[in-house]
Design a protein around this ligand. Structure first.
Ligand code: GLU
Length: 487
């Protein structure tokens, strides 16, 4: 989509909370586009709203991008030629431009109070007029200004929207047109001089020589305002960035996913044990496709195949089931050492292990038997707890399930059989138990083995039974079976 020789694309979040699925989908597409074209990714923090953007959220945003492997070429921590990359450190720049716009007559002071604006808005609504600023302060006389000032009013700065329309070509949506009738004069700076988003974003995209703006569709309607700022900056149209508005990400219920909804924060997915490569793989498919039905792609393939032409303009639906399926695939694809590394933080923080060499040895045998079965890493502590727990007992919820006569009978037969086993490997254990419980007692496997599973692992959900018994060892297995028989 580019006729600009050096691609410079930016990811510019306003971290008012943890980054969410929509933000990261944007970051991922920005990153993929920069990497595909050999261009630069600029990471800019839009933190002019200091009440809502906190240092903690800024740090979390930085950490999230790093965790996902979305590295940037300019921005926090790495610096760059066009910094600073935190808007709160660029306030002087915005002030200079605001003054310039005022001097040029592109902008003007507006003294209307919020109460007055609200009253007029209500009036507009009642009369079915387009809501928005009505231009009251556009051409105040010197006397009117003096009166407002002596009444102690502090003005905001508004951009003057000329009559007409703004037309631009969006790389995803084609030609987009906005009639200025619906783009009222907008605020550039508050009464205290602090800039609003529209001013800061437009000034920075120009000063940072951004060539492409790939961002969510929710920002499409702010584009004509940004273009108005470029005009006031006297930028030639050929030097405007190319816009590409990515389709909305909807929830399952077709409602828009929201930033304030904790369920969609990437931090939440991380805690649930989703792998970064699975999140990126899945998010890449929200609005883009590699061109065939392929759904499992690597980051390298994404970089190789990513083009804006392949981005769809219709809304994408977020489907956690699909993300889980991809996560399961990525977990199965991990080599043992890698799987161990990724699992350890979950086991350590759940205090299932302390990280000793003995425990790691056990884990190396245990992880392969659960690798096929889990959807996310957060399931691991619960699944492997039975191997490490010091004072093992069957939970009070599970215990009653194995106290009936039939279960006790199964456990007694199983105990006798495993006690006499000399080779303690899962094949031998399985052979002897199948013969006794299925062939001889005629039980259904599910019935036969569930009592034993609860007795030795403490839960009816566990890794495969015979492998679990092998890992647990003969002595501990026998002790656990005996403990529930005597009850
Ligand atoms: N800072 C804006 C936001 O997080 C996005 C800026 C942009 O991409 O233009 O909503």
């Amino acid at each position: 989509m580019s006729n600009k020789s050096q691609v410079r694309v930016r990811f510019a979040p306003s971290p008012t909370g943890d980054l969410h699925v929509g933000n990261i989908r944007t970051a991922l597409f920005d990153w993929a586009y920069a990497r595909h074209t050999g261009g630069k990714l600029i990471f800019r923090i839009e933190d002019t709203d200091k009440e809502r953007v906190t240092d903690q959220y800024i740090q979390a945003a930085i950490d999230t991008l790093k965790w996902l492997g979305l590295n940037w070429d300019e921005g926090p921590e790495v610096g760059g030629e066009y910094g600073p990359y935190l808007q709160s450190q660029r306030l002087d720049i915005y002030k200079t431009w605001t003054e310039k716009f005022l001097n040029q007559g592109d902008a003007y002071h507006c003294y209307c109070s919020s109460a007055e604006l609200e009253e007029r808005r209500q009036h507009q609504m009642k009369n079915h007029q387009a809501p928005g600023y009505d231009g009251k302060c556009r051409d105040l006389t010197t006397q009117q200004v003096a009166d407002y000032k002596s009444a102690g009013r502090e003005p905001v700065v508004r951009m003057r929207m000329p009559k007409g329309e703004t037309v631009f070509v969006d790389a995803i949506r084609g030609e987009v047109k906005f009639e200025h009738e619906y783009v009222p004069d907008f605020v550039l700076a508050r009464a205290d001089g602090s800039p609003l988003y529209t001013l800061a974003v437009a000034v920075d995209d120009i000063l940072m020589k951004v060539t492409h703006v790939l961002r969510g569709e929710d920002l499409l309607s702010s584009t004509p305002r940004q273009i108005r700022v470029y005009q006031a900056m006297q930028v030639a149209p050929a030097d405007y960035p190319i816009f590409a508005h990515l389709p909305f990400v909807m929830g399952q219920d077709n409602a828009k996913l929201s930033k304030r909804n904790g369920e969609v924060s990437i931090a939440w997915y991380r805690e649930q044990g989703f792998l970064p490569e699975a999140i990126c793989n899945y998010l890449a498919l929200l609005g883009w496709s590699p061109g065939d039905d392929k759904e499992n792609i690597t980051m390298a393939e994404l970089v190789e195949l990513f083009t804006v032409e392949r981005v769809n303009s219709s809304p994408a639906k977020f489907d956690i089931k699909k993300l889980e399926a991809i996560n399961g695939d990525k977990i199965r694809a991990l080599k043992l050492d890698e799987f161990l590394d990724r699992s350890l933080p979950f086991l350590l923080s759940a205090k299932i292990i302390s990280g000793s060499a003995d425990e790691i040895k056990v884990l190396k045998s245990a992880l392969p038997i659960i690798q096929e079965r889990i959807v996310n890493l957060a399931e691991i502590p619960q699944m492997l707890n039975f191997l490490f727990v010091k004072d093992f007992t069957v939970s009070p919820e599970e215990l009653p399930k194995i106290l009936d006569d039939a279960s006790q009978q199964v456990l007694k037969v199983a105990l006798a059989k495993v006690e006499s086993l000399t080779d303690w490997d899962h094949q031998s254990i399985e052979a002897v138990l199948r013969k006794a419980l299925i062939d001889e007692l005629g039980l259904k496997p599910r019935i036969a083995f569930s009592s034993l599973r609860i007795a030795v692992t403490g839960s009816h959900i566990s890794p495969p039974l015979f492998e679990s018994l092998e890992l647990l060892g003969k002595e501990r297995s026998i002790t656990r079976i005996k403990a529930v028989i005597s009850k």
